[in-house]
Design a protein around this ligand. Sequence first.
Ligand SMILES: [Fe+2]
Ligand SMILES: [Fe+2]
Length: 311
Amino acid sequence: MSFSIERYKEESRKLDTTGIDWAAVPASPLSKGDLFSLHYMMDIENHVPLYLSHLLVTRACMDPILTAFLACWNYEELWHGENLGKLLNLYGIEFDTQQRIANVRANLGFQNSVSILTTMLGSWLLKDFSAVYLTIGAINELSTLTGYGALIRKSGHPVLKDLLGRIIKDERRHYAFYFNSAKEWLTENEKAQRVDRWMLDRFWVPVGQGVKTQEEVDALALYLFDDEQGEEELLAIDEKIGRLPGLAGVKLMSRALYAARERRRQNPDWAWRLIENEEWAIAPPKKSPIGELTTRRTHASASAMSALEGM
Ligand SMILES: [Fe+2]
Ligand SMILES: [Fe+2]
């Protein structure tokens, strides 16, 4: 698996959706589990620009190859979220994308700022922080594309299959970048290997956790991977990440699945109730109305403002 940053810069572009049969979206059914997964995936794709703010405060960003990658990567991820939203809208699920994204972000609240600060501090204290960040990037991209593959299999929806197949090609390139960069950093660097392993064993969480709750993460994992093939796919992710120097035998994705199963064993309603009850809407934040956070005003308040200004 090779990766050339020069080639990536040349070839990076908005997801090509030419020829996707959008009109056929409503013709095939999507289950509640498919819809739950699609909302989760869309939200996490749309979260990338904010996730980027965590990366740009780290010492990893002293590396111009990394920042060149991030510049293109961020743009590609944007179109993944946009197109997943488009498919949901065409299927008949109504939401305003901008409003939804703003709600997701506003609900993170103070926790987001604390997280940026701790990432920044960790990166400046730990010389080998980049190794951790790059390894997590590799796991995230590989688990994302594996999740898309599982959703294609679960849903059997032809248009979704076409769309996700195209997105998966982007995710493969992202994975190749992170994996090769992590490998480069970790090779013959035992200290970095120890730091990486220590951090992953203690602090790693599946992609999306933090933006999504533990129960939402478990619902996605159990819907997509709680069968023989799904478990094998997660073990295969661990095996691939375990090929990085110092990470032999690491168990991350499979461990997350087993933990999700255990939580459901203790509470049989756990996770499935979210899918069954179609809990994929995003509630507006209790504090800080979106207008205040984004400086955008609702029509009502905008006209009230202009009336005041005219006085
Ligand atoms: Fe993506
Ligand atoms: Fe990606």
